[in-house]
Design a protein around this ligand. Sequence first.
Ligand code: ADP
Ligand code: GN1
Ligand code: MG
Length: 367
Amino acid sequence: MEMNGMIQEVIGQFEFSGSLEECIPFGSGHINDTFRLAFRTDAGIKRYILQKMNKRIFTKPEELMENISGVTSWLRRKIEEHGGDVERETLNLLESHEGKPYYVDSEGEYWRVYLFIENATCFDSVENDNDFYQSAVAFGHFQRLLADYPAETLHETIENFHNTVDRFRKFKEALALDACGRASGVQEEVQFVLDREALAHTLCDRQEQGILPLRVTHNDTKLNNIMIDDETGRAICVIDLDTVMPGLSVNDFGDSIRFGASTGAEDEPDLSKVSFDLHLYEVYVKGFIEGCAGALTEAELDMLPMGAILMTFECGMRFLTDYLEGDHYFKIHREGHNLDRTRTQFKLVRDMEEKLPEMKAIVEKYK
Ligand code: ADP
Ligand code: GN1
Ligand code: MG
C-alpha cells in the first residue's frame, strides 16, 4: 500500500479527536519514520507525533514498546510526585482501539503515537551554551530518575548496542566481506579503526571487571533527542527512548559530547569545520555532574573523558561498517553520507586524543 493510504489506515486505529488537518514528515532522526499530525478539534489544533518503528533494527517491537510503556509510566509517577507537567516532561503514548500502545498495520509494520510536545525545540546543533548545559543536566537527571527502575524487567532492544569490542568485531567482518567493493577506497579510515583495537576494550573491560557499574541509561543522548522549552530555555523532556537499557553512564555522557561538543555537524563534508570544542565540553561536564547529583562513582568520573572518545570512535566505526555493508542501517540522504559521517567522528577522536589531559583536568575541576 502506498504510504499515504497506510497512514490513513493507521490513524483510524488510534483514539484521536477532531479531523486530520496535516500530516508531514518530521525531525532528523536516522532510524524511525516520524510524522507530525495536526487535528482540528473544538478546542483548537491538537498535534501528535506518529512514528513507524524501524523493524529491521528493532527486531522485537513488542518488547521495545513494553520498555517504553514501563519507563514512561515510571517517569510520569516521578514527575507527578514533584508537581511537574506530565504531558510535557515525558513522552505520552496514545492507546490504539485495541488498547495497545502501538498498532500493527496490514503489512506487519509497527506504529506508535505520542502527544506532541508544544513550545519546545529539538536542536541539531548547539546554538548557545545554555541549551547544551541544560541538556547535560537533563540527561544526568534522567539517569537519576531511573536509578531505582527494575532493570531486570527491561528488554535488550538491540543486543550489544554499546559493546565497542563487539562493534569492532562486526567492523572486521564487514571489512573482510567487503560486500560492495568499497574497502579499497577507504583504506585510511579502515587503518584508523584497526590501529585502535586496544582502545575499543577500555570501557568494556572495566565493566566486566566490575569497575564501572551497569545502570539504566538512555544510550542515544544526542542533542536532538532532548526537547528544550522555547520560553524558559530549560531541557524539559528526554525523548527517543528506544534504547533505554542497562548501560554505562559514561557512554551517555560520551554520546552527548560526540554530537554536541563538535564545531561542525555530524555529517559535515568539510573537515576543516570540524573540531572538538573544549569549551562546550566543559559546559556539558558541569551540567552532567550536577544532573547526576553525586550518583557517579569515582571510577565513572575518571572515565568520563574516555566515554567521549569511545562513543565517538564507536559511532564512526558504525558509520564505516554501514558504508562497507551498503548503507542499510542509518538513513542516508546522499551518496557517501555515511563516509562523511565516519570522517567527522574520526577527526573528533584524533582531536580528543590530543586534548585528553585537558579533558581530564576539566572533570577534576567539577567533580
Ligand atoms: P529517531 O529514532 O529516528 O531519531 P525520534 O524518536 O528521536 O526518532 O524522533 C525524531 C524527531 O521527532 C526528534 O528529533 C524530534 O524532533 C521529533 N519528536 C519526537 N517525539 C516528539 C514529541 N513527542 N514531541 C515533539 N517532537 C518530537
Ligand atoms: C541513531 O535514532 P537517532 O537518529 O537518534 C542511532 C544512534 C547513533 C545516532 C548517530 C538506535 O540515533 O545510536 O549514535 O543515530 N540510534 C540507533 O547520529 O542505532
Ligand atoms: Mg532521535
